[in-house]
Ligand binder design. Structure first.
Ligand SMILES: Nc1nc2c(ncn2[C@@H]2O[C@H](COP(=O)(O)OP(=O)(O)OP(=O)(O)O)[C@@H](O)[C@H]2O)c(=O)[nH]1
Length: 383
C-alpha cells in the first residue's frame, strides 16, 4: 500500500493491559456519501440521552441548521490558520459540536483544552475517506503514547451503510483495479449501522449483511432507520482492547471468500489455532512481523487464481485481530489488535482459558489460503 509507513514501527511493551481510566474514548464515524452520518450526528447533538459527547466534524454541514436556542459559538480562533480554526458549539443537551477543516491530531488537541466538558469524542470523517490512516493516528505508537495518547484512546470505528445501495457499491468496488473507499470503510469498521432499512426488503438486507461479513467477519451489524440505534451499541466498545467478536455467524465466509474472483478486492481470512507453545508464540510474532511489515509474498493469490500477473499481488493486511492461548499459561489469553502495519499483543491474566482454541482474523487484499498454509508451516501445525 502506497501510504504504508516505510519505517518499521517499534513493538511496544504491552505485557499489561493498559489502564483506560480517565482517558476519553474516541469513536470514528465513517460511511459512504449519503449513508446517514449527518443524520446520526444530528440525532446525537439534539436528543436527550444524558451523555456528554463532543462531536468533531470536517465542517458544519447538515447539522449547522440545528435550531437550538442559546447556542453559543465559542473558541473561534481568529489567528489560527484556516485549517486549524475550530468552532465549538455548546449544546443544551450537554454535547459539544466542533467544526474543523482538517481532522487530525491538532483538532483533538484543541478540543482537549475543554477537557472535563465531555466524556466521549465522536469524529466524523468525510464520505470518501479511507479510515485506515486516520485510525492509525490514534494507534498507540510511541509518539501518540507520549502525547495525546495520555488523554484519549481509540474506542472503535463505526461505519454507517446505506442498506439500499451498499450491495451495488460493493460490487462496483470489486471491479476497481485498486480497492474502493467503501470496501475500506467496511473492512476497518468495528460496528456497522445498516441504515435506511425502511427502503429495503428483509432478504435484501440479509444479502447485504452477508457481503459485509464476507469482507469483515468480526464486525457487529445493527440495522436502523434514520440511524436509530441504541448509542450503547456504538459507544464504549473498547474495540481495540477486546477480542474479535465470535465469528460463528460468519463461518460461511471463512476461507471460501478468500479465493475471490478479483485479486484486488478486499477479503478476509479467519484461521483457527490450537493453544500454542511458547516457541510457537514467538514464531507467531515473527510471522506477523513478516506479514505486516515486510509485506513479503507469504500468500500471494497465485495459488487460487492462475493469471499471468497474479504473482505481482502481495497480501496487504488492513486490519487484524486475534485471540490466542498458550499451553504453558492456562490462566492467560493474548489478544492481538492491529491496523495496517501497527499491531500489539496484549496479555490478559486471570482468564481461565481451559486451553480453548485461538483464532486469527485478517482483513485485506490478496489474502489466500496460501497464508494459512504459510502460518501452519511456520508454527508446525497440521493444516
Ligand atoms: N428513507 C430514509 N432516508 C434516510 C435515512 N437516514 C437518512 N436518510 C436521508 O438520507 C439522506 C442522506 O443522509 P445524511 O445523514 O445527510 O448522509 P451523510 O452520510 O451524512 O451524507 P454525506 O454528508 O453526503 O456523506 C438525507 O436526506 C437523510 O434524510 C433512513 O433511514 N431512511
Amino acid at each position: 500500500m502506497d501510504d504504508l509507513d516505510s519505517e518499521v514501527p517499534a513493538l511496544i511493551d504491552v505485557s499489561k493491559p493498559t489502564v483506560e481510566l480517565r482517558r476519553v474514548p474516541l469513536t470514528m464515524i465513517t460511511g459512504f456519501l449519503g449513508a446517514g452520518k449527518s443524520t446520526l450526528l444530528k440525532r446525537i447533538l439534539t436528543e436527550k440521552h444524558g451523555l456528554r459527547i463532543a462531536v468533531i466534524m470536517n465542517e458544519f454541514g447538515d447539522t449547522s441548521d440545528i435550531e437550538l436556542r442559546g447556542i453559543n459559538v465559542s473558541d473561534t480562533d481568529a489567528v489560527a490558520p484556516d485549517a486549524l480554526k475550530q468552532e465549538v458549539l455548546e449544546l443544551s443537551n450537554g454535547c459539544l459540536c466542533c467544526s474543523i477543516k482538517d481532522i487530525g491530531v491538532a483538532a483533538i488537541e484543541k478540543l482537549m483544552q475543554k477537557k472535563g466538558a465531555f466524556d466521549h469524542i465522536l469524529l466524523e470523517t468525510t464520505g470518501l475517506a479511507d479510515p485506515g490512516p486516520i485510525a492509525e493516528l490514534f494507534w498507540r505508537n510511541e509518539e501518540f503514547s507520549s502525547g495525546l495518547g495520555k488523554e484519549i484512546y481509540l474506542d472503535g470505528v463505526i461505519c454507517v451503510v446505506d442498506a439500499r445501495f451498499a450491495r451495488a457499491q460493493l460490487i462496483e468496488d470489486r471491479m476497481l483495479s485498486s480497492h474502493g473507499e467503501f470496501s475500506s470503510q467496511i473492512a476497518c469498521a468495528d460496528v456497522i449501522i445498516l441504515n435506511k432499512m425502511d427502503l429495503v426488503q428483509e432478504e435484501d438486507a440479509s444479502e447485504t449483511e452477508s457481503h459485509i461479513l464476507a469482507l469483515n467477519p468480526s464486525v457487529l451489524i445493527y440495522r436502523s432507520t434514520r440511524t436509530n440505534v441504541d448509542l450503547k451499541n456504538i459507544l464504549e466498545l473498547k474495540a481495540y482492547s477486546s477480542p474479535p467478536a465470535d465469528g460463528s455467524r460468519s463461518a460461511v465466509l471463512d476461507s471460501s471468500h478468500s479465493g475471490h474472483d478479483h485479486l484486488h478486492a478486499f477479503s478476509s481470512l479467519q484461521l483457527s489455532l490450537p493453544p500454542l507453545s511458547s516457541s510457537q508464540m514467538d514464531r507467531l510474532d515473527e510471522w506477523l512481523r513478516k506479514l505486516l511489515w515486510e509485506e513479503e509474498i507469504i500468500g500471494s493469490a497465485t495459488s487460487s487464481v492462475s493469471t499471468q500477473n497474479a504473482s505481482r499481488v502481495q497480501p496487504q493486511v488492513l486490519r487484524c485481530k486475534g485471540i490466542f492461548t498458550r499451553l504453558d499459561e492456562p490462566d492467560s489469553i493474548y489478544i492481538l489488535q492491529g491496523v495496517r502495519s501497527l499491531y500489539e499483543m496484549i496479555k490478559y491474566e486471570g482468564q481461565a482459558n481451559a486451553n480453548r482454541p485461538g483464532k486469527l482474523v485478517l482483513i485485506g487484499r490478496g489474502l489466500s489460503d496460501a497464508i494459512k498454509t504459510d502460518l501452519s508451516c511456520s508454527l508446525e501445525l497440521d493444516v
